[in-house]
Design a protein around this ligand. Structure first.
Ligand SMILES: Nc1ncnc2c1ncn2[C@@H]1O[C@H](COP(=O)(O)OP(=O)(O)OP(=O)(O)O)[C@@H](O)[C@H]1O
Length: 213
């Protein structure tokens, strides 16, 4: 369960998120959309503990998220916009790094399974910079899946995918919810938002409309 309570995010004089309150139960998917600059990424970063809210608070399963370290320790996984992969590592190595940090058992199996789920079982030993934009995006999704989070935050994770791969990634994110995760998808794509259990619209940082759970 994600509880966002009156959260504001500011960068100096810029207000990116203003007094947003919402909740995402375990097992459900929330889509967050809104125009470019509306604050979608900033809201996800606040949930991930990657930026400290200027006001309000975020809790995951009742634990207040005060930093990225706390969020990671409580299973908050961020699949960042622009994929966040290390380009000079292989696809497989990109998946391994966070799992080493978490001391995940049976790491090779977990990594192979995640790459297979996104249809990239044969590409694990390719450097990220050798992969297409869409393949890189799927590696980023696989890295998120491999971490088996209690919370999965997907920031525009289908933006570079063709129709079939977009359906695949959406099905995988739905499977994360079915496994018990609370899932948030930031998206510009109305068809992606329609597949979610609830849909929040941000406008200049404010929650301007909500299709509730
Ligand atoms: N690190 C930063 N420093 C200063 N301003 C920032 C920073 N990150 C984001 N902003 C500003 O905060 C506002 C919200 O940006 P954010 O990236 O959260 O929006 P978004 O809805 O995700 O946009 P997009 O759809 O283009 O990714 C924008 O005005 C942006 O310029």
């Amino acid at each position: 369960m994600i509880a966002v309570d009156g959260v504001s995010v500011r960068y100096g004089a810029v207000t990116a998120v203003e007094s947003v309150t919402l909740a995402v139960p375990a097992g459900r998917v929330l889509a967050v959309s809104g125009p470019s600059g509306a604050g979608k990424s900033s809201l996800l970063w606040a949930i991930a503990g990657a930026v400290a809210p200027a006001a309000g608070q975020v809790a995951v399963d009742g634990v207040q998220i005060g930093s990225r370290a706390v969020a990671a320790a409580h299973g908050v996984v961020l699949i960042p916009q622009g994929n966040g992969l290390a380009r000079v590592l292989t696809a497989r190595e990109n998946l391994v790094v966070p799992l080493i940090a978490e001391r995940t058992p049976d790491l090779d199996t977990v990594v192979t399974q995640a790459l297979t789920q996104v249809g990239l079982a044969e590409s694990g030993d390719h450097l990220v910079e050798e992969l297409s934009g869409g393949e890189q995006q799927r590696v980023a999704v696989a890295r998120g899946l491999a971490q088996r989070g209690r919370v999965v935050l997907a920031d525009e994770s289908t933006s570079e995918l063709d129709g079939a791969n977009r359906e695949l990634v959406l099905a995988l994110l739905r499977a994360e919810a079915d496994r018990g995760a609370a899932v948030v998808i930031a998206t510009h794509d109305p068809t992606v938002a329609e597949t979610a259990d609830a849909h929040a619209l941000l406008d200049e940082g404010r929650l301007s409309w909500l299709r509730p759970f």
